[in-house]
Design a binder for this molecule. Structure first.
Ligand code: VGL
Ligand code: ZN
Length: 214
């Protein structure tokens, strides 16, 4: 396979978002064509490793009965929007339940070099799209501190879903003073009611950069 053309430095971090069975083919919240990013993600991770950069993974990790599940709200359907104390919340099918097959990483990932796994969405009453903050945009996962302490300057994002967890993560990275770059060909989107276009416009305005791994 051809090497990626990204120029990677030791102060770069690759953040792989939620490449888990439930977001892939046959999963509870399958993202169209999600499985096809796996070979590219494996290749990207090796490229970052060889450059001496950092590599971490985020993992959506909900307790049973999580408040983001439609099944926790009688009369509601998946993809309805409800109002939560922290703002509007899309309701999802039950997914990524702690310890289940659906919450496990895609079996095609070959990522022994990953240095940290950041779990999110484990608080019953609040969802977490971003790998940095929960959906109140204030409750931290600890990833900002991890990045600062390790001295990372540029954060590269890939994974699922481009218009939800990847987008929220890339935006939070900019807000917290990092250079933030989304690797477009290593992401796939849910695209619910135009959510992909909306997310990309928001990211452009926030100052997130876009690239392709090739
Ligand atoms: C995600 C919806 C619910 C994601 C996670 O990883 O994009 N989307 N939980
Ligand atoms: Zn989730």
């Amino acid at each position: 396979m051809t090497p990626t053309k990204l120029e990677v430095r030791p102060t770069d971090l690759l953040v792989l978002i939620d490449i888990q069975n439930d977001f892939c083919a046959g999963g509870a919240l399958a993202v169209p064509d999600a499985d096809s990013i796996v070979p590219l993600v494996n290749r990207l991770a090796r490229h970052f490793l060889l450059a001496g950069a950092g590599i971490v993974q985020a993992q959506d990790w909900h307790p049973p009965g999580h408040s983001s599940f439609a099944s926790s709200h009688p009369g509601r359907q998946p993809f309805d929007t409800i109002s939560m104390p922290y703002g509007p919340q899309t309701l999802w099918p039950d997914h990524c339940i702690q310890g289940t097959h659906g919450a496990a990483f895609h079996p095609g990932l070959d990522l022994p070099m990953v240095q940290a796994v950041i779990r999110k969405g484990f608080r019953p009453q609040i969802d977490s799209y971003s790998a940095f903050f929960e959906n109140d945009r204030r409750t931290p996962t600890g990833l900002v501190g991890y990045c600062r302490e390790r001295g990372f300057q540029r954060l590269f994002f890939a994974g699922l879903a481009q218009d939800y967890c990847v987008a929220f993560s890339a935006e939070d990275a900019v807000r917290n003073g990092f250079e933030s770059i989304l690797i477009q060909d290593a992401c796939r989107a849910i695209d619910l009611n135009g959510s992909l276009n909306q997310a990309m416009a928001r990211l452009g305005q926030a100052g997130v950069g876009f690239t392709v791994a090739g």
